[in-house]
Design a protein around this ligand. Sequence first.
Ligand SMILES: *[C@@H]1O[C@H](CO)[C@@H](O)[C@H](O)[C@H]1NC(C)=O
Ligand SMILES: *[C@@H]1O[C@H](CO)[C@@H](O)[C@H](O)[C@H]1NC(C)=O
Ligand SMILES: *[C@@H]1O[C@H](CO)[C@@H](O)[C@H](O)[C@H]1NC(C)=O
Ligand SMILES: *[C@@H]1O[C@H](CO)[C@@H](O)[C@H](O)[C@H]1NC(C)=O
Ligand SMILES: *[C@@H]1O[C@H](CO)[C@@H](O)[C@H](O)[C@H]1NC(C)=O
Ligand SMILES: *[C@@H]1O[C@H](CO)[C@@H](O)[C@H](O)[C@H]1NC(C)=O
Ligand SMILES: *[C@@H]1O[C@H](CO)[C@@H](O)[C@H](O)[C@H]1NC(C)=O
Ligand SMILES: *[C@@H]1O[C@H](CO)[C@@H](O)[C@H](O)[C@H]1NC(C)=O
Length: 609
Amino acid sequence: HGSLRRLDLSNNFIRQLHTLALPYLEQLDLSSNQLDLISEGAFENLARLEELNLSRNVLNNNLGSNSKALQSVSGLKILDLSMNGLRDEAVERYLQNKSSLDQLKMSGNALTRLSYSLFKESKGLRSITIEDNQISVIEQGTFEPLRHLEMLNLARNNLAHICDFKLHQVKYMNLSWNSIEFFVTQEDNLFYRLEILDLSHNKLLYFPIVPKMNRLKYLHLQNNMVGALNSEAAMVSEANALYSEIIKERTVRKNNLHSNWRLMPLIYIDLSYNHFRSFPLETLSLLSSLETLNFSHNCLQNIIWKVRSANASGYRRQLFFSSLKHLNMQSNGLVYISPLFLKALTQIETLNLQDNSVQPCASMDHLQSPQSTQPMNTNTSCIVFGQLSTLKHLNLKENNIEVLQPNTFQKNSLISLNLARNPRMVMQTKAFEGVPKTLQSLIISEINMTSSDFSLPCMPMLTQLNMSSNRLDMIPSSLSCSPLREIDIRDNRFVSLNHSLIRALSEHLKLIYVSGNHFNCCDSEWLTVLNELEIKLPDINDTVCFTIYENVAMTGYRKKTSSDCLFHPKSQEIHFGQMIIIVIFVAVILTVLIISIRKVCCTQISFIV
Ligand SMILES: *[C@@H]1O[C@H](CO)[C@@H](O)[C@H](O)[C@H]1NC(C)=O
Ligand SMILES: *[C@@H]1O[C@H](CO)[C@@H](O)[C@H](O)[C@H]1NC(C)=O
Ligand SMILES: *[C@@H]1O[C@H](CO)[C@@H](O)[C@H](O)[C@H]1NC(C)=O
Ligand SMILES: *[C@@H]1O[C@H](CO)[C@@H](O)[C@H](O)[C@H]1NC(C)=O
Ligand SMILES: *[C@@H]1O[C@H](CO)[C@@H](O)[C@H](O)[C@H]1NC(C)=O
Ligand SMILES: *[C@@H]1O[C@H](CO)[C@@H](O)[C@H](O)[C@H]1NC(C)=O
Ligand SMILES: *[C@@H]1O[C@H](CO)[C@@H](O)[C@H](O)[C@H]1NC(C)=O
Ligand SMILES: *[C@@H]1O[C@H](CO)[C@@H](O)[C@H](O)[C@H]1NC(C)=O
């Protein structure tokens, strides 16, 4: 129809395209066909075409007529040429006469080199995505003239170095999954608009040297080799030496890395999966706006306060991470964390220490002063979490914690606490006594505790409790003062649940997971109560119970209103036991009788035999 505005021909078997006469057409989707020939005049009558999707075709052939066709649609705003097997020459020709082009996608082609003439007829581009090609060279002047360019995605290519980043107009830059060893910006006095820089999954050995004046907020450096060099000082000086070498600077030798990092308004940095063996205290403390730091999956083992002193006095300087709220230290083999490091975390809210070897210790009232801190024996030192008064979420899962002492968390205002998978943990009596009144979520699964090891104080805010995979047979009745919404008691040794406790919790309780226990079918009033209160039991179909004869599925058992429990369960057991005793008793009496009768008979009335 002549007035058509949008035409979707995707996912067909179109091989050739000839003239389309649709003067009002604005969007044309030809993706996922087998298109390899577009005749010269095919688009001539599409005067209003703005969006053209040609992805997933085979347009690397017939360059002559295809490029003429593409050149005739000069009003295009969005063009997708991904997955066409395109080489450098084809792309250069297809991009001619595209002065109004705004967004371009060319992912999954065979580009190796971006030349300065590539975008000379599409200078209005705002967003370019060329992921997953084999680009190893970007000529100078390729992107610089694109004054509106804001988003540039070159992920999954073969780039090895960024020697001189000059794109002061770009806000989003994705260079992940290349082989980049360093990223350097030569210092100038221009203002860079860069906000998001993704350099993850590369081969960086150093922190990038960023533009001096920038707006960088998100820096992704995960999965690189930063920190592989021994110390922070060595890394910083090598990065600066590299910088001097690249810009052939001979005389001035200042700390470019640090002077530029200091001005960076970064709020997020991901350094996970790198090779750090020591924590880069000085470099990271320069980031005064930093809120989230992911340092998981490095090889720290210890965080020792090793800071160059500012003067000769020799005192250890206290630095601060004054905006840091979320710190992820998972899987670092951490044993020791300097108290000065904890002291530096003045705003910390979330601390993830999962999969380390830290031992919490009871709150101490006097903290060591900075001057007195000696390098401690890392084997015996424990960590005073009570010091972190702003902390809300603490994850200590999988730390091989040995003892949980009373008052460990006393001065925190924790909202969630995860102590799961510490199977050797001994909880001293009243270990949870000091757990703050603010706690809403507690995870104590896989601790191997029994009900006699376990007591909880009244926790007036607790809404979620996970006690799965222990050896518990009782829910502590002190929980009746918590507004619990969700309880997980899977894989324990429950035989029954206290139905008066359930009634006490019924005002808030919504969900309870119960499978993996050894319930008594004949003592299942709790289940009736739960059903009556409409509390959800998501895994009830996987729950089994036992009768004197067999283990059966709990739901199945209840449906058949079995006769296995016709007697009251307890009296039935007694009945059965009594029967056995009576039978044995009678048997013994009879045996004795028979033997004595036979004796008498054999000696005196033998004629009977
Ligand atoms: C083009 O079509 C493909 C699917 O065939 C889709 O994934 C892609 O997002 C489309 N491109 C644009 C720019 O909308
Ligand atoms: C470029 O586009 C204009 C306007 O649509 C058109 O007149 C001109 O022929 C095109 N140039 C080429 C080389 O196709
Ligand atoms: C960068 O590109 C990669 C690969 O497509 C993607 O996974 C990642 O999320 C992108 N990074 C950002 C910050 O958008
Ligand atoms: C690092 O941690 C942050 C916040 O905890 C998270 O958003 C991000 O996905 C993590 N990065 C990786 C690679 O897991
Ligand atoms: C910790 O103990 C191990 C073995 O018991 C020992 O090799 C190591 O030197 C000790 N570390 C410190 C700092 O004492
Ligand atoms: C749990 O405790 C029991 C009894 O003390 C012990 O036999 C078992 O090995 C422990 N399990 C784990 C995983 O530590
Ligand atoms: C409770 O913890 C276990 C193991 O840590 C986990 O598998 C389970 O999903 C958790 N339960 C809920 C309800 O999140
Ligand atoms: C069951 O719960 C109620 C209410 O919390 C409590 O008073 C009672 O002692 C509990 N019974 C058992 C056997 O624990």
